[in-house]
Write a protein that binds this ligand. Structure first.
Ligand code: LMR
Length: 403
C-alpha cells in the first residue's frame, strides 16, 4: 500500500444495528422512568407481585448443588450426561422406543435459542441444507437466527387473523408441496407469538405429510407444561417419535423452571438408527467445540437435581402448575376488563401459553408505549404472564382508550 493512502478502519464502516424486537423492548422499558410502566414484551413469567420468581424447588436444588459439587473442571462438549438423559425422558416419556433403540442423541445447550443455533449450524454446515420453512408469523428471532446460520428462510401459512386460529388447510397445502429434505420449523406447543396450537388430530396429519414427503421437522419446544401439562404438551414430540421419522427438537427450561439467565436447554436429534445417531453426535460436538467449546454447568445441574429427586420433582410440577393456572386467570381477567371496549376479545382465553396475539395495530402498540408506558411487541403480541391484579385493569383501560 502506498504510504499516503490511509485505509478506512474496519470499525468505522460498521452501521448501527436496530434494537432487538423483543429484548430491545426490555432495554427501553428499563430506561423508562415512568411509575406504573408495564413490560408485556419479553416472554418471561412474573408472579402475582410482578416478580420473576426463583422457584422453591430451584432454590433447594441449588443448595444441594453447592453442598455436593466437587469440581469446577470442564463439562464434556455435549454437557452433563445425567441432564441429557433427564431431558430425553421429559421429552419422550419413560416408555420410549426411540430411547430404547438408542436413536436419540441430546446435547446440553444455552437455552432454546442456543439449541436452535447448534441445530441450524449443524444443518447448514454438516448436512448442507440451504433453506428452512418457518410459520407465518413466528418467534421474532427464528428468521434472524436461521439467516445468521446461512440458511434461506421461507414461511408457510399458519395463522388466520379472522378466526384467531390456525389456517390448517393452507398449512397442509404448503407442507405437502415442499421438496424432500426441506427443514420445517414447528412449534411443539404454545405457538409463539399466536398461542394458536394444532390439535392432536392436526398434528397427526402434519406428521404424515412430513413422513410421506420426507421432510425434516425441527420442533421448537420452549414451553413444555405451559399449555395443558408436561405429558400432554409433549404430544407432537412423542407422535413424531412414534412415526419413526428423523427430526430435531430444541427445548428450553428458561420458562418451565424460571431459569432464564442460566441459559439451560438442549438439542435432541432423532436419527434413523443408533449407529447414525452416534455419527450425528460426533458432528454436533464439533459444532459446539468450535462455537463455545462446552457449556456452563449450573443450570443443568439444577434441572437434573430436580428431575432426579421424587420430592423436588413433585414440588417443581406443582410450581409449574401454579404458573400455568395463574396465566389462565390473567387471560380471564384481561378479557373481562376489555369488555368496556365492546369488542370481541374472546380469543384471549382460547390461546395457549404465555402470549396473547392481540391483533392490536402497530400504531396502537406504539401509542400504548408512548402514552401509557405499556410495552408490547410490534406484532401485537402481549405477554399475559406479566399481568397481575395490580396492572391488568390499567392495561385494559389503556387498550380501550387507544383502539
Ligand atoms: C420471547 O419470545 O419473548 C422469549 O422467548 C424471549 C426471547 O428470547 O425472545
Amino acid at each position: 500500500m502506498a504510504a499516503d493512502t490511509v485505509a478506512e478502519p474496519l470499525f468505522a464502516q460498521v452501521q448501527q444495528a436496530p434494537p432487538d424486537p423483543i429484548l430491545g423492548l426490555t432495554e427501553a422499558f428499563l430506561a423508562d422512568i415512568r411509575h406504573g410502566k408495564v413490560n408485556l414484551g419479553v416472554g418471561v413469567y412474573q408472579n402475582g407481585d410482578g416478580k420473576v420468581p426463583v422457584l422453591s424447588s430451584v432454590r433447594k436444588a441449588e443448595a444441594l448443588v453447592y453442598q455436593t459439587e466437587e469440581s469446577k473442571s470442564y463439562l464434556p462438549i455435549d454437557g452433563l450426561m445425567a441432564y441429557n438423559k433427564q431431558v430425553q425422558t421429559l421429552l419422550f416419556g419413560t416408555q420410549s422406543e426411540v430411547l430404547a433403540e438408542g436413536r436419540a442423541v441430546t446435547v446440553q445447550a444455552l437455552g432454546g435459542t442456543g439449541a436452535l443455533k447448534i441445530g441450524a449450524d449443524f444443518l447448514r454446515n454438516v448436512c448442507g441444507s440451504t433453506a428452512v420453512w418457518i410459520s407465518n408469523p413466528s418467534w421474532e428471532n427464528h428468521r434472524a437466527l436461521f439467516e445468521a446460520a446461512g440458511l434461506t428462510v421461507n414461511t408457510y401459512p399458519y395463522y388466520n387473523p379472522e378466526t384467531h386460529g390456525v389456517n390448517f388447510d393452507a398449512l397442509v397445502a404448503t407442507l405437502g408441496a415442499l421438496e424432500a429434505n426441506s427443514i420445517v420449523l414447528l412449534h411443539a406447543c404454545c405457538h409463539n407469538p399466536t398461542g394458536a396450537d394444532l390439535t392432536p388430530a392436526q398434528w397427526d396429519t402434519v406428521i404424515s405429510i412430513c413422513k410421506e414427503n420426507c421432510l425434516l421437522p425441527f420442533l421448537d419446544f420452549a414451553y413444555q407444561g405451559f399449555a395443558t401439562g408436561i405429558e400432554e404438551d409433549a404430544y407432537a414430540v412423542r407422535a413424531f417419535a412414534a412415526s419413526g421419522q428423523r427430526f430435531l427438537i430444541a427445548n428450553s427450561f428458561s420458562k418451565s423452571f424460571s431459569l432464564y439467565r442460566e441459559r439451560v436447554g438442549a438439542l435432541t436429534v432423532v436419527a434413523g438408527s443408533a449407529g447414525e445417531a452416534k455419527i450425528l453426535l460426533s458432528q454436533i460436538k464439533r459444532v459446539i467445540r468450535t462455537n463455545y467449546s462446552n457449556p456452563a454447568s449450573h443450570g443443568a445441574q439444577v434441572v437434573s437435581t430436580i428431575l432426579n429427586s421424587v420430592e423436588l420433582r413433585a414440588e417443581w410440577e406443582q410450581e409449574l402448575t401454579e404458573m400455568r393456572v395463574r396465566i389462565r386467570e390473567m387471560r380471564a381477567r384481561l378479557l373481562a376488563a376489555l369488555e368496556v371496549t365492546g369488542k370481541d376479545f374472546d380469543f384471549i382465553v382460547n390461546q395457549a401459553g404465555m402470549f396473547s396475539y392481540s391483533g392490536l395495530e402497530k400504531s396502537v402498540v406504539h401509542s400504548l408505549r408512548s402514552e401509557y408506558g405499556i410495552y408490547i411487541v410490534d406484532s401485537g403480541r402481549i405477554c399475559v404472564a406479566a399481568l397481575n391484579q395490580k396492572n391488568v385493569e390499567y392495561v385494559a383501560l389503556a387498550i380501550a382508550a387507544s383502539i
